[in-house]
Ligand binder design. Structure first.
Ligand code: ATP
Ligand code: MG
Length: 338
């Protein structure tokens, strides 16, 4: 069976593991909102993934609301998309267990993100952190989602999702789960850390100076770009000149993504420009794009009960899709249910 047998459906999620960054906005949220209306869209605050590393319980609840506020402020419309937090839909965890029994230890051992996140002390990492890509496969496949917009760093996990779906279909001799497509396109698929162009910008990164937060004010944004690491050379005359300059390329890609254009067009606008010209222009553009969203985020955060209502109502809609798929999975596997 091919994917054309499945209703086109988008699923993606963000962990409430810290404040949202410019990487989350450009690599995820902005694109999620762009897919709204084109097909069915389901967006999740994946709180069960957040607890794969320690989260303070009070902070976790607040962060969950803040990620929801980020989605809503950026234009996610709860009447067009399903928006909810993962832990309210038990089917994710239930299918996740079944997938733990489908995925192979050897596959998990190849996941580069576990190696990055666990670092040199993998023995002390939680079992959840190791197994999380299998829960992520369940997040996606419990909706039979066909398209998953993600940043470049999540490509390997979407590929694993396809492997799990294929092995399940093969082992149980069914055509039940689709081969999900990762959707990774545009100039901002891997926004790098502002202090180290070889590392991804992450909300759980160590220093606040290495990332732009969606809630940073104009002064902070200007300061962070001003201090962003670069080489001493000015911008090149053509985009090829960025090839071996990760920090310069990153700043040009951020500009392009914020301005809905291409790195080529940015270089054509600023050929040979020095950092004293380009960095303030980039900061102004980032402020112009982010300020209205952070104002909206603050407005949503002033009414947490309303966010909780939106998430509860989204969870109900999500369960209406996920529960029948989970029940069919139980039947295929031979798990008795009443
Ligand atoms: P954490 O440090 O806790 O892993 P994170 O910033 O990596 O946080 P996630 O919740 O893991 O955020 O990822 C949410 C989405 O944002 C994913 O689709 C991921 O690919 C995307 N994303 C995260 N960081 C970046 C980045 N630097 N550039 C582009 N996309 C990103
Ligand atoms: Mg991440």
């Amino acid at each position: 069976m091919t994917n054309s047998a499945f209703t086109p459906r988008v699923f993606s999620g963000i962990k409430p593991s810290g404040g949202l960054t410019l990487g989350n906005y450009l690599g995820a949220i902005k694109r999620f909102v762009g897919m709204q209306g084109q097909m069915e869209t389901i967006y999740c605050v994946v709180d069960m993934h957040a607890i794969t590393v320690w989260q303070d319980p009070k902070e976790l609840a607040n962060m969950t609301r803040e990620v929801a506020a980020g989605y809503l402020a950026a234009g996610l419309d709860p009447s067009q998309s399903i928006l909810f937090n993962q832990s309210q839909v038990a089917a994710h965890a239930e299918l996740g267990w079944i997938f733990n029994c489908v995925a192979r230890v050897g596959w998990m051992n190849r996941m580069t993100q576990f190696k990055d996140k666990a670092g040199s002390n993998a023995e002390k990492a939680s079992l959840g952190l190791y197994a999380y890509p299998s829960l992520m496969a369940a997040d996606i496949l419990v909706y039979h989602a066909t398209h998953v917009p993600v940043g470049e760093d999540q490509k390997q996990h979407v590929e694993l999702t396809r492997d799990i779906a294929a092995k399940f279909n093969h082992d149980y001799k069914v055509d039940f789960f689709p081969a999900t497509e990762p959707v990774i396109e545009g100039p901002a698929m891997r926004i790098m850390n502002l202090r180290d162009g070889t590392k991804k910008m992450s909300k759980s990164g160590e220093s606040d100076m290495e990332r732009i937060n969606m809630t940073d004010d104009a002064d902070k944004i200007a300061k962070k770009f001003k201090k962003a690491k670069t080489d001493p050379e000015p911008l090149p005359e053509t985009v090829e000149g960025l090839a071996s300059r990760p920090e310069a390329r990153n700043l040009v890609e951020i500009y392009a993504a914020l301005d809905d254009t291409t790195p080529e067009a940015v270089i054509a606008q600023y050929p040979g420009a020095g950092w004293g010209t380009f960095k303030p222009a980039l900061a102004d553009l980032a402020v112009a794009k982010l300020a209205p969203i952070s104002v909206e985020m603050a407005r949503f955060m002033d009414d947490p009960a309303e966010i909780d209502r939106i998430l509860a109502s989204g969870s109900e809609k999500a369960r209406a899709i996920a529960d029948p798929i989970l029940k069919q999975t139980y039947d295929i596997v031979g798990l008795l249910r009443g």
